[in-house]
Design a protein around this ligand. Structure first.
Ligand code: ADP
Length: 695
């Protein structure tokens, strides 16, 4: 059942229209184009009451001047305009700043008689004491009289500012996250972030990103837009840091900088936005929670810098921090691996071993420096030294067919998954050398053999050392065996003599001879063993000197005394031009030096006279031992000072090839040296130079 409607009398009915209803009642309308309130037409009364009693924001514009009235619900939209400007005045006056938008809409309603509406329309309204960027959705509906004539317009309006700006900011945050995460470097992250902000520059009219160096001593502008960045775009650290950055480094909190000078904006300010303030936020390494940079943003002066705005910038800088942290991690990882690869490359290149990779046809797809040199030598020998060696095979380089056959066979085996070794002799820039090549398969990520790696080691020296060692062992056993066999034969003979009861053989004179002969063989054995021990001690650097003041004259005479019997037996003449020279040396070792040189002169001197000379030259002892024997070929003169090296066959003259090596090493520990001058077939002269004192 519909209740009986309660009747209200005009204009008292406006008592129910809230504050603005009462305001209409209180006002004298006779001075306006609406005329006294009692004279208002039925349709105006109807429209006013509908508008004032609605709890939804509504406005009414009436008459030729479109005098504006609105209800209480619409008051917040008016901001500071309320009453003084917007209520009861022509709409053209109350919205002069946006009349260019509103005017045509009003006119079109009067012309066409059709309602219009807009959604989320941006309007910059002078309210709350500043030019504010606002958004509204509204509709204009014509109000007609009984004859259908349009007399006014009713506006239904809602403000959508927070929704529009919220969506806009959310969009920036989304863009920032999706486009900056996963960037490879800090720089790229900064550039992309600035791009995102520039494309959406309503809330951030300009921005600068600075990145701190690792030591926090300076901050570099990496990317910026909308603001003139100083030419010297590096902020020096320490005391010279800008006070704002210093403050942020200290407190780890954003700083609001006011009154930025206008000359910071070379291209004017976006949309005439008067940006006088900058908000500077710290950017963090999210893993270590330390500051790695700064984001400086301009603020949209048409929006209040409230908590909502601050929260938005906080989330934005947090997102940027996350992306920068990710990029930093990527950079660090790449830095290590790039460095490692470089070092690995250098290592492979520096290797004396030949390292290379073959494709299925046996073409070199990679080779290191050592391989390159060997291949170059081959190409030079073909007169094709200018050609590159990569992507050529051994066939292209015309290697010896037998070698190639073995090499390619091993390559094919490697492609079947087997590792094989090929011994080869290969031409090099320094002549042919012996190599041992190991070919093994390289697998790709799917487990298929993609290529073959080869490592070819130069085994020439190794082979040579093995040869020398084997020769030495046979010489050493022969050398040791000679005195041992002599001793053994002697003792067997003596035993047999004794067994036969011939004791007269062992009279005093005979016994003395026997002991002398035994002594010679034992001494020989002793010397051999000593030489071997000395050589190994010298090799290990374990020789110890017992220095004492001595006269070389005495040393030489003592040795000559000991060897006099042998000299006499071989009828060798010794010519002495020996002066007394005092020095501080190891007596035993000096005897060894002279003994070795003298016995060599005896061994290789062809029984001819030996000349010994000492003198002091430039404060050093110079001792010469010269013979007139077989001499030494020029090509052997250097190597005879090395271990086991001999310039003579072991059968002609016995020896281990250690004497001169021991001499050279002893002299070296005394700070001295030895050299040889020789004419093959005419004799040799060994010259020792020795400081008088070892400092
Ligand atoms: P060894 O005499 O036991 O062979 P050394 O080291 O003393 O060992 O000498 C090395 C080689 O140098 C000898 O084998 C010999 O060929 C050569 N040599 C050394 N001294 C002379 C010399 N006075 N005349 C000619 N050749 C020499």
């Amino acid at each position: 059942m519909v209740q009986q409607n309660k009747k209200f009398k005009w204009p008292d009915v406006l008592q129910n229209g809230g504050q603005n209803g009462k305001r209409i009642l209180a006002r004298d309308w006779s001075k306006t184009s609406l005329g006294p309130i009692e004279s208002w037409s039925a349709e105006l009364r109807f429209a006013v009451v509908t508008c004032m009693e609605s709890r939804f924001p509504m406005a009414l514009n009436w008459g030729p001047e479109l005098i504006q009235l609105y209800n209480d619900a619409a008051k917040p939209i008016m901001g500071g305009k309320d009453e003084s400007l917007a209520f009861g005045t022509p709409v053209k006056d109350s919205y002069s700043e946006i009349w260019d938008i509103l005017g045509p809409m009003f006119i079109s309603i009067f012309n066409d008689g059709l309602a219009t509406w807009v959604e989320d329309q941006q309007v910059i309204i002078n309210r709350h004491g500043f030019q504010e960027e606002c958004y509204f959705t509204w509709s204009y509906s014509p109000v007609r009289n009984a004859d259908g004539e349009i007399k006014g317009i009713i506006t239904n309006v809602i403000e959508t500012t927070l929704k529009v700006i919220g969506e806009r900011r959310l969009n920036i945050l989304k863009e920032m996250a999706s486009r900056t995460i996963g960037q490879q470097t800090l720089e790229e992250t900064c550039f992309e972030s600035i791009k995102v902000l520039k494309e959406n520059d309503n809330d951030i009219p300009f921005a600068v990103i600075r990145i701190l160096n690792d030591e926090n001593t300076s901050a570099k502008v990496v990317s910026a837009y909308g603001i003139k960045v100083p030419d010297r775009n590096i902020e020096q650290g320490g005391e010279h840091f800008h006070p704002v950055l210093k403050e942020i480094l200290k407190n780890k909190k954003p700083v609001h900088v006011k009154n930025v000078p206008a000359d910071a904006f070379p291209n004017g300010q976006k949309n005439g936005v008067d940006t006088k303030t900058i908000y500077v936020l710290p950017l963090f390494n999210k893993f270590e929670n330390n500051i790695i940079g700064f984001l400086s943003v301009g603020l949209n002066s048409r929006r209040p810098f409230d908590d909502v705005y601050k929260n938005f910038l906080d989330i934005l800088s947090n997102q940027l921090s996350i992306s920068l942290t990710g990029a930093k991690v990527q950079e660090a990882a790449r830095c290590v691996s790039a460095g490692q690869i470089k070092r690995l490359g250098q290592l492979i290149d520096a290797s004396p071993d030949h390292i290379f990779v073959f494709d299925r046809e046996g073409r070199y797809v990679y080779h290191n420096q050592a391989t390159g040199n060997a291949l170059k030598a081959q190409m030079i020998s073909l007169g094709r030294g200018d050609e590159p060696t990569l992507n050529l095979s051994g066939y292209d380089m015309e290697f010896e067919p037998d070698f190639l056959k073995r090499f390619m066979f091993a390559k094919d085996k490697a492609f079947e998954g087997r590792i094989s070794t090929v011994p080869v002799t290969f031409p090099t820039l320094s002549g042919p050398r012996d190599f041992e090549c190991i070919l093994s398969p390289i697998y790709d990520e799917n487990g298929a053999i993609s290529s073959v790696a080869g490592i070819t080691r130069d085994v020439t020296d190794l082979k040579q050392s093995i040869k020398i060692r084997d020769e030495f062992l046979s010489i050493a056993s022969h050398e040791l065996k000679t005195p041992l066999t002599t001793l053994k034969l002697q003792t067997q003979m003596r035993a047999r003599t004794l067994k036969k009861g011939k004791t007269e053989v062992f009279n005093e004179e005979k016994l003395a001879k026997i002991f002398r002969e035994d002594d010679v063989q034992i001494n020989r054995l002793n010397r051999l063993v000593d030489d071997m021990l000395d050589a190994s001690r010298l090799n290990a650097g374990k020789i110890e000197l017992h220095l004492e003041q001595m006269d070389i004259f005495e040393v030489i005479n003592e040795v000559l005394d000991r060897l006099s019997l042998h000299l006499e037996n071989q009828n060798i003449n010794v010519v002495m031009n020996v002066k007394s020279v005092n020095g501080k040396w190891d007596r035993y070792r000096m005897e060894q030096v002279f003994t070795n040189l003298l016995t060599n002169a005896m061994k290789y001197g062809d029984g001819k006279p030996i000349e010994i000379q000492t003198e002091v030259v430039n404060g050093q002892l110079v001792m010469t031992v010269a013979d007139h024997g077989m001499g030494i070929k020029p090509e052997d003169q250097k190597r005879i000072f090395k271990q086991f090296e001999r310039a003579i066959s072991s059968s002609s003259v016995s020896g281990l090839g250690l004497g001169l090596y021991i001499v050279k090493e002893i002299l070296k520990t005394h700070g001295g040296k030895i050299k040889v001058e020789s004419v093959f077939g005419s004799g040799s002269k060994f010259i020792v130079t020795l400081p008088l004192n070892l400092n």
